[in-house]
Structures are given as C-alpha cells and as structure tokens.
Design a protein around this ligand. Structure first.
Ligand SMILES: NC(=O)c1ccc[n+]([C@@H]2O[C@H](COP(=O)([O-])OP(=O)(O)OC[C@H]3O[C@@H](n4cnc5c(N)ncnc54)[C@H](O)[C@@H]3O)[C@@H](O)[C@H]2O)c1
Length: 435
C-alpha cells in the first residue's frame, strides 16, 4: 500500500519505518524542515534503539522517503496516518490543534478516496471532528473514512512494541467491509500470530488509549504509596511488589516503586482524562489522586536528601539519569526536571550525567554542569541522586563512587542498588520503599 505518515516524532517515525519494513511504500511528513532535512541525510532526530538501521535500510531499498509537503502526502497516500503531537494544553486539556490543522489540510488536498487514521492520542470525539474538518475543507466532494488507531508503543522499545503489540485497536464507525479489510491487511504482518486486532467504534478506541494509560499510572502511584508504608513498617517494596504481582489477576508489570512517572504520555494523558470526565459532568476522584500522588513522589528524592543534608545551600549534588526512563532521550515531564529545579531552589549546585538525554536536558535546565561520564559527575559532590535506571549505572564500581563523593550520600530514586551492600560499603543509602 502507499502510506503517508504525518508527524515524524517518537510515534510517527516508528510507525512509518515499521510499515515500510513490512513492504509498504511510506512517505513520512513533518512540518519541521530541520527534522526532515536530517532524515533525508539518514540522521535520526530522536534516540530510539534499533530504529536508525531499519529506517536506513528502507530508504536505501526505496520504500521510505521524507517530505514537508502535506499536499504531496495527501496525494500519494491511500492510507494517511496522523501522528502529530497532542501536548498538554491550557487547563491540562489535550491540545489537539495540530491534529485539526492536519485534518483541514488533508481535506483541502484530497482528490480521491482516502483512509485517514488518527494515531495521536486524542480525546473522545476527535475522530468525528476530524471527519467534519476534512469534509468542510474539501474543494470537491470526495469519499473518505476516518479511523481511530491509538498507539501503545513505549519509547526505548518502540520498534519491538509496534511489531509485537499486545493488541491493535482499530476504531471505525463506517460499516464498509472494504475498510475493515484494508485495516486488517495493513496490520497483517503484525497480527498474523496470536496478537489480536480489535475492531471498536472510534469513540471506544479513543477511550481505550486514555483508560490504558490511566490504569498504568494508577499502578505506579499505588505501588509508590505502598512503598511509603514499607518504609514506616520496615518492609521491602521489592519483595511486596513481587508477591503482589505473582497473583495472575494482578501481574508483575508497572509495580516498580520509584521517584514517580514522567514522559510524554502518562502525565498529560492522566490530566487530559480528568478534563474529559469533567466535560461530561463526571467526577474523576481516582485519576486525580493518581496525579496528585505522582506529583508528591517526584519530590521524594528531595525530601530524602534533606534528611541527610538538611541545609542544601552551597552543597554539590550529582544527578545520574535525566531522561524520564532508560532507552530514550525524551525529557518531557521527566521527574529529573522537578527534582533538579527543587534542589536548585534550596541552593544546591547540580552536576548531571545522562548517556543520551544531555542535549534535550540542556534546553530545559539552567545552571547545571553536565559531565561526560558518571564518575566525573561525582567529583566534589556531597550526594548522588539516581533518577533514571540506565543499565550502565548498575555495574559501576561502588568503591570508586565512594572515593569520588565528598560525602557518601546516595539517594537511589530507582532502587537499582541493594541497601545491605551499600550500607556495608559505608554509604548513607536511601532508596524507595526499603527501610
Ligand atoms: N511518545 C510516545 O511514547 C507515545 C506513545 C503512544 C502514543 N503517543 C501519542 O502519539 C502522538 C505523537 O507523539 P510523539 O511522542 O511522537 O510526539 P512528538 O512531539 O515526538 O512528534 C510529533 C511530530 O509532529 C510534528 N508536527 C506537529 N504539527 C505538525 C503539522 N501540522 N504537520 C506536520 N507535522 C507536525 C512535529 O514537528 C513532531 O515532529 C501524541 O498524541 C502522543 O500522545 C506517544
């Protein structure tokens, strides 16, 4: 099939590249000229393991190309994916203006039948609005269908997640058998095994995405609350989570206690869902509490460091890990931003290290000294705070860490080290949910 993918971010680029790899001919569009120029030169504008090799192979074999021209994308694509950003807007509503702008332009340039697939995470009713905007902007009446096909990939494992999803959700309101057939064909390479493709209405599909993210966020906030209790009573959250997760009704994933969730999805989607509930006159008490607990937990490392260094004025603090999770350079809503700004407010000087997120972090943080390696970060620091569980931090030489730190204070916001070992080595070690 000829496919157009609008938006070359973490989602659009993965979707476009993986579909090209399945044998489709894919034109990737973005309004950001710099991004498109980079892509044309084979340079990936984001860090996503494994993506660059597949992309370059597809480009070389003529299945994937890039452009800033939405007119061209609308003309060539039989199926047009909209994968532009929907960031947090005013009052925490999802800002869907980019989706609507794209819909209007597709309408304007449409000359023959198209399937327009909304991949972006959007509030319930957006597919209907996209349909209306396309219709209103058409110069001549042309048939088309709008499909809601939310994406569940995770940054850091995005390629695998797209190619091996737990499920593919296809929301459509049209009864046309041909439309179903095309969507099934599009995903055949992915869902040919036991992976289910679930057809729903567009509204259900839109809500499935928000409900899924809210559920994941709920698990994180829930386990973080239990972690607080573990600290009080002398239990170990890792043992508790393992025991709870072994219940097949619950499962083990997303039960890791830490310094809160961040990223481009959970925080904004949880907030947007509360706004959607309000719009329909409903209370969203659980979801609001999840958000509130998370905001508090992001500050947990700051609270903990203050128990070791009550006066942070003039103290130097090393921060390992800035990205919101390992495997990505995405800094959107990363807990490190909250922690570092709070430490700076208390007068601390920050030295920081992240293996891939430094460039993005530099655009968001001020007065931070960035280091070229984790050990260098520690020099002369009164404490180390770990905020992203990059694998490279797990096996570092702890004796060397102690030697380099001015005072052996370690706040482990991701529970990557063992409390017993750290104390035996002479660290003042505080982690989450392990007294
Ligand atoms: N990042 C994730 O892990 C993830 C996972 C699942 C779903 N989503 C959802 O997918 C959507 C995209 O997320 P993302 O992380 O890829 O965003 P992103 O910010 O990384 O990328 C969005 C891209 O869209 C481009 N764009 C914006 N307006 C445009 C326009 N009018 N025309 C053409 N291009 C335009 C931007 O230049 C940017 O390159 C969001 O709705 C997000 O909630 C994200």
């Amino acid at each position: 099939m000829n496919i157009t993918c609008i938006g070359c971010g973490y989602v659009g680029l993965v979707v476009g590249t993986c579909l090209a790899d399945q044998g489709h001919k894919v034109l990737c569009i973005d309004s950001d000229t710099k991004k498109i120029n980079k892509l044309k030169k084979g340079i990936l504008p984001i860090y996503e393991p494994g993506l660059g090799e597949i992309l370059n192979r597809n480009v070389k074999e003529g299945r994937q190309s890039f452009s800033t021209s939405l007119a061209r994308g609308t003309e060539t694509g039989e199926v047009i994916f909209i994968a532009v950003g929907t960031p947090m807007g005013v009052n925490h509503d999802a800002d869907v203006s980019a989706v609507f702008t794209v819909a209007e332009k597709i309408g304007r340039h449409m000359r023959d039948y198209k399937i327009v697939v909304v991949k972006s995470t959007v509030p319930v009713g957006t597919a209907s609005e996209v349909t209306r905007l396309i219709k209103n902007n058409q110069k001549q009446t042309v048939d088309f269908d709008v499909v809601s096909n939310p994406e569940f990939l995770r940054e850091g494992t995005a390629v695998k997640d797209f190619l091996e999803p737990d499920r593919v959700i296809v929301g459509l309101d049209s009864p046309k058998p041909q439309l179903r057939h095309i969507m099934e064909t599009l995903y055949r390479g992915i869902t040919h095994t036991e992976r289910p493709l679930l057809f729903t209405t567009t509204k259900s599909a839109e809500l499935i995405k928000y409900a899924s993210n809210a559920m994941l966020a709920t698990r994180v906030s829930f386990i973080n609350e239990i972690a607080g209790l573990c600290e009080k009573v002398g239990a170990n959250i890792k043992e508790v989570a393992a025991g709870v997760g072994l219940d097949s009704r619950i499962g083990t994933r997303f039960l890791e206690a830490g310094a809160g969730y961040g990223g481009s999805c959970l925080p904004k989607d949880v907030k947007a869902l509360t706004r959607i509930m309000k719009k329909y006159g409903l209370k969203s008490e659980i979801i609001e509490a999840v958000d509130k607990v998370n905001e508090e937990h992001k500050l947990m490392p700051v609270k903990k460091i203050k128990t070791l260094l009550p006066n942070l004025k003039g103290k130097r603090v090393a921060v390992w890990g800035l990205a919101f999770k390992p495997g990505t350079d995405d800094m959107r809503e990363a807990p490190s931003l909250t922690v570092i700004k709070e430490l700076q407010k208390a007068g601390a000087k920050i030295r920081a290290y992240d293996p891939v997120a430094e460039a993005n972090a530099k655009t968001l943080l001020k007065h931070v000294t960035f280091s070229y390696d984790p050990y260098d970060t520690l020099k002369g620091c009164h404490a180390l705070i770990i905020l992203t569980e990059w694998n490279e931090f797990r096996e570092l030489d702890k004796k060397k860490i102690k030697e380099l730190l001015k005072e052996p204070n370690v706040i482990d916001g991701r529970n990557i080290y063992e409390p017993e070992e750290m104390r035996r080595l002479g660290f003042n070690y505080l982690s989450i949910g392990r007294s």
